[in-house]
Design a binder for this molecule. Structure first.
Ligand SMILES: [Mg+2]
Length: 319
């Protein structure tokens, strides 16, 4: 295996000029410690990567992606970075670093340190670094995280073929169940809240899956059915899921599990069977075969006890 990107020498952060904005950046860089690399110049410099460069950007906006009364500032920061890093997992890419753009209203200034600590939690868990960013005043809190990764052979949504089996990591339903509880004015089950508040991008898991024969992948941000519909479209195939096989956390039904977004689990298709017991042993979570890829009208259908049932929809920001 190539040496980890963290074995290369650290680019040092350079001293910043005077002013309130730079005081804030100085504070963030100090909090991040060795997780911040080469901050302070006009742009970040990266040595060449092995394979392809894989890039993605993701924005979390207060009132759209999270509510302040549901989560702590640290959890909000962690979720924003984890969501962005999950898109690298979806491509079976290894993170090289992240760029962070914070739009901060006055009322959030007190909590920026906690937000930054949450970003650091996710960046540290992914064994990567913060390479730079931007801080600006704004009316609403927005956290934009751009991720840089590398992959020798990135997985895409377009690789599924008829005959493939469909797999998903982990157990689904926690985030939707937590959000529904909050919306009812209830307190979510602790395990469901944890799944919402502390997602873990499946970076190593996805790389293992790619190395063992997965040929299409997507991360579950909008919901299992909705995200697999993207794979079906991109690959020009039909995906048939068996409802009873969909892995779910305790206390949720298959519909909730199939519709739940912001899971940040990974779904893949593979031509040859994947070794689920070995995966479970290695990563401490299940890998479950949930359906098959067929030729036909691109889309996803769900069967229950062999009969076709209505598939639950997912989250669409513009509908
Ligand atoms: Mg994605």
């Amino acid at each position: 295996m190539a040496p980890s990107r963290n074995e290369r020498p650290l680019a040092r952060s350079i001293p910043l000029g005077p002013g309130r904005e730079f005081d804030l950046i100085r504070e963030l860089v100090a909090r991040w410690g060795p997780l911040a690399e080469g901050i302070g110049d006009d742009a970040a410099i990266l040595p060449p990567v092995e394979g392809s460069v894989v890039l993605s950007t993701d924005t979390s906006v207060e009132g759209v992606h999270f509510r302040r009364d549901w989560l702590s500032p640290r959890e909000i920061g962690l979720r924003a970075a984890a969501a962005a890093l999950s898109d690298l997992a979806a491509m079976a890419a290894e993170p090289v670093g992240v760029l962070l753009a914070l739009s901060i209203p006055e009322r959030w200034l007190r909590d920026v340190g906690d937000l930054a600590d949450g970003v650091a939690d996710a960046v540290g868990e992914a064994d990567t670094r913060i390479l730079g960013g931007d801080v600006t005043r704004a009316a609403e809190l927005a956290i934009c995280v751009t991720v840089v990764g590398s992959a020798a052979a990135p997985l895409t949504r377009a690789g599924a073929r008829p005959g493939d089996a469909v797999y998903v990591t982990g157990a689904l339903g926690g985030p939707l169940s937590a959000v529904r509880a909050w919306q009812r004015g209830d307190r979510p089950a602790a395990a469901h809240r944890e799944r919402f508040a502390h997602p873990r991008p499946r970076i190593q898991e996805a790389r293992w899956l790619a190395a063992h024969g997965a040929r299409a992948a997507v991360d579950i941000s909008d919901g299992l059915v909705a995200d697999l519909a993207h794979v079906a479209r991109a690959s020009g195939v039909r995906i048939v899921l068996e409802a009873e096989r969909i892995p779910r956390v305790d206390g949720v039904g298959w519909r909730e599990a199939a519709a739940s977004g912001e899971e940040y689990e990974v779904a893949v298709t593979a031509g040859d069977p994947l070794d689920a017991p070995e995966f479970a042993e290695r990563f401490g979570m299940p890998l479950t075969a949930i359906g098959r890829v067929r030729a036909g009208e691109p889309g996803v259908e769900v069967t229950l006890a062999g009969e076709r049932v209505a598939a639950p929809g997912g989250w669409d920001h513009f509908s």
